[in-house]
Ligand binder design. Structure first.
Ligand code: SF4
Length: 182
């Protein structure tokens, strides 16, 4: 996996002051994407052990609330093995850090075992370590600059632990994180 940037105190992509990792590669190609250079899986530089150490160490700071992973598309199958490794390490080594993931795939698509475009053996383990998923493609017709933490009104800010808890029981899967849906 390649990545384009790491922000060390990002307040735009999730609650609080966050470390944000912008991974490379995205097949959605939304119209007027804010970051089209990241569509290329070779954009930026290789994600290495050193990169991961840097992220883990940054999260230990008292003033950093958590990690946001965006892009590009963190949930492209090519990126999921590395994202899985990162989120598992974060939850194990810096448990105070919450994890937000931004994906152009909806949570329904990600959880659909028959969906070979985005569901892999790593998908559920990633979601099981994720606190908030901001899901869905950017839709230009639904663009709204007043929205918090998302670009268009179709995108949803999902409480992933609560959603996964309900998913197995009744497939009434969607639990919005209401406090962010303003
Ligand atoms: S999913 Fe995000 S990075 Fe990918 S094309 Fe859409 S807006 Fe751009």
């Amino acid at each position: 996996m390649n990545f384009g940037q790491i922000f060390e105190c990002d307040i735009a992509n999730g609650e609080g002051c966050r470390t944000s990792l912008f991974v490379s590669g995205c097949t959605h190609h939304c119209r007027e994407c804010f970051n089209p250079e990241t569509w290329n899986f070779d954009f930026g530089e290789p994600y290495t052990d050193k990169t991961e150490e840097f992220i883990i160490e940054s999260l230990r700071s008292d003033y950093i609330r958590g990690l946001s992973i965006l892009g590009g598309e963190p949930m492209e199958p090519e990126n999921q093995p590395v994202v899985r490794q990162l989120v598992e390490r974060v939850k194990s080594e810096v448990p105070k850090a919450d994890i937000w993931i931004y994906s152009g795939y909806t949570i329904e698509e990600l959880l659909d075992e028959g969906n070979t475009r985005c569901h892999t053996e790593d998908t559920l383990p990633i979601l099981q370590k994720t606190d908030i998923l901001v899901d869905g493609e950017f839709v230009l017709e639904k663009k709204n600059i007043m929205l918090k933490f998302r670009g268009s009104s179709n995108q949803r800010i999902i409480d992933v632990p609560a959603t996964l808890q309900r998913y197995g029981k009744q497939r009434d899967i969607l639990v919005l994180a209401e406090k962010y849906m303003v």
